[in-house]
Design a protein around this ligand. Structure first.
Ligand SMILES: Nc1ncnc2c1ncn2[C@@H]1O[C@H](COP(=O)(O)OP(=O)(O)OP(=O)(O)O)[C@@H](O)[C@H]1O
Ligand SMILES: [Mg+2]
Length: 288
């Protein structure tokens, strides 16, 4: 994954203006409300949420289980309708099937009967793109995520971390300006997760992609982000938005720096000490 600069020409500096309209926001969520209608009645998943992600920014949504993080990410991805408010991505109302948006979920969702390269190329086939060009693109991306030599393997022949790398390559196959990631490394062991986080930080820093990242891990959120959107427990509301002014590039040492630890404590206090999370639910908020 170290060769991030090798594969793409779409490098954008952080904070540059682009197709996000006058505000420079790649993602803009204003007074968004989401209520699920279920057999048992209505579930208010998100009471109200407002935040934005500027071009080239890395923003994490952090909060306890059930606070509406995945719901918000799926709304931004255009996979779920919302009940009130506005949700805009690159200046247009959120909608599914866009080539400027890459999505990555907690499980890799690779098709077991297709090889790694066939999985990475799947979105290009769905959109009917040139297969020779797409294959080269997929090979470049597999190199980028450190999977050269595994192109013809099947997902079940890869470790969990490798499957997530393949899934990351697939999410990048359209060279998307915006990446939406829902706890992509949560199921991995701590060592692999930390390594992939460092590689993701490098990818973000070198390619300048806009990233909205969901996690319940405070340390991960602080390490990766430019800003962290802290959410209240269910029903979801934005409690605060914290600037993370740690130096980049973010390397392992950043994890141990006093500034990082202070920010982690600040966010944890916000959620724990201020009594936002009931005692019995606190086990869901990992921060180390
Ligand atoms: N399809 C659905 N139908 C009904 N209720 C739902 C649906 N999806 C989510 N919810 C409810 O909405 C709330 C928010 O769920 P969501 O999955 O967004 O939480 P989350 O913050 O991502 O939690 P976790 O950290 O556990 O992934 C929860 O109360 C959940 O039960
Ligand atoms: Mg979730």
């Amino acid at each position: 994954m170290a060769k991030a600069s090798a594969t793409t020409s779409k490098t954008k500096a952080n904070g540059s203006t682009g197709n996000g309209g006058l505000s420079g926001s790649a993602i803009s969520v204003t007074d968004c409300r989401k209520v699920f209608a279920t057999k048992g009645g209505k579930v208010e998943a998100v009471r109200t949420a407002s935040f934005d992600v500027k071009q080239g920014e890395f923003v994490a949504l952090v909060g306890p289980s059930g606070c509406g993080k995945s719901t918000l990410l799926q709304i931004v991805a255009g996979l779920l309708p919302w009940n009130a408010g506005t949700v805009e991505v690159a200046g247009r109302q959120a909608s599914a099937g866009r080539q400027d948006v890459g999505i990555m979920f907690q499980s890799s969702v690779l098709l077991p009967w297709r090889s790694v390269i066939e999985n990475v190329m799947l979105p290009t086939e769905i959109f009917g793109l040139d297969s020779k060009e797409s294959r080269q693109k997929a090979l470049d991306l597999l190199d980028l995520v450190g999977l050269t030599g595994f192109e013809e393997k099947h997902p079940w022949e890869l470790s969990g971390g490798m499957q997530q790398r393949a899934s990351l390559a697939r999410a990048l196959v359209f060279d998307p300006d915006i990446m939406l990631m829902d706890e992509p490394f949560a199921a991995l062991d701590e060592f692999t997760r930390e390594r992939l986080n460092i590689e993701l930080a490098r990818l973000h820093e070198s390619l300048g992609r806009t990233i909205l990242y969901v996690t319940h891990n405070i340390q991960e959120a602080v390490f990766l982000s430019d800003r962290v959107v802290v959410m209240k427990p269910h029903p979801g509301e934005v409690l605060d938005i914290i600037d993370i002014n740690l130096p980049r590039p973010r390397m392992t040492q950043v994890l141990d720096e006093a500034g990082t630890v202070e920010l982690v404590i600040k966010i944890r206090r916000m959620l724990y000490v201020d009594g936002m999370i009931p005692e019995e639910e606190r086990h869901g908020m990992a921060d180390e």
